[in-house]
Design a protein around this ligand. Sequence first.
Ligand code: KG4
Ligand code: ZN
Length: 346
Amino acid sequence: MATILAIETSCDETAVALANNRNVLSSIVASQIDVHRQYGGVVPEVASRRHLETINGAIAQGLQAADLDWSSIDGVAATCAPGLVGALLVGLTTAKTLAMVHQKPFLGVHHLEGHIYASYLSTPELAPPFLCLLVSGGHTSLIYVRDCGMYETIGQTRDDAAGEAFDKVARLLDLGYPGGPAIDSLAREGNGQAFRLAEGKVSMTTGGYHPYDSSFSGLKTAVLRLVQQLKQESEELPVADIAASFQHTVAKALTKRTIAAALDYGLNTIAVGGGVAANSGLRYHLLAAGASHNLQVLFPPRALCTDNAAMIACAAADHLQRGHQSPLTLSAQSRMAIGTVMDLYR
Ligand code: KG4
Ligand code: ZN
């Protein structure tokens, strides 16, 4: 067993957690959403500065909540890629410093591997291989999980990520930031069948459509056109029906691709991760489709779907137990394919 103190600062949450493998001892998430809301999105420089102001207090809080001191910690981890470089650097530099001062192994963790590990926290008996649908503000990926550190991306978005589409459509409907939760709650009051919106498909040069890749920018434009047309017809926009129809289209599109990939690759378990995994439309459609195909579909609780450091600690514990450690020269990277995570370890 390995006890890890982990830091996650890839975007707009300053998160610190302590976990003993798949057991969370404490998890602190200091959200910056209220700061960024006034700008309608995350401002990278503001995010970095906020992380810097918050990180030390969050670490003290995490240690206190777990009732642990440094003598019982086996390693220090931080998200190092992908994400906003300035934001990542705060967590990464803090983790390296703590590792040096307390003479503990240091581990850099890929943010998406962290999201995959959220499912191990909520379902400790989960064992690879399985399919992971990762849907966040920056990613929409179908990942074949072979083992710790061994991932193959079999489908992804060609343009906007699913969460990005939620955020952009929410802006268009004046629902504020972040858009996903706003659309989700409004969709509950609307009719998902009110407007038929074209689901984006990715053409292949060989003909037909790519079975696992998605595209959301066309759908976003379709919502924009619908809004423009409805505004000409009436003063009052049926916002709830538009939100519900958009959510319905995204949920159906993601469900179709995920089920196809699981069946084609012979994987019986689908673990979902990332902020959009909190979406009730996606949960409803994917759970129903999974049940009708005899596939196990796992959605972690909402707090583990959105960014947190417990998932980073869990991933780091698994790596540390396999003898993996990162050099203190490890740098932050804005982009990094999940298939190359083993480059982080020596
Ligand atoms: O994983 P996450 O917290 O951060 C990234 O790594 O990007 O995901 C944030 C994204 C945002 O785009 C947010 O709008 C979306 O997840 N999101 C949701 C919901 N909750 C968060 N999207 C749809 N429905 C939700 N309930
Ligand atoms: Zn994330």
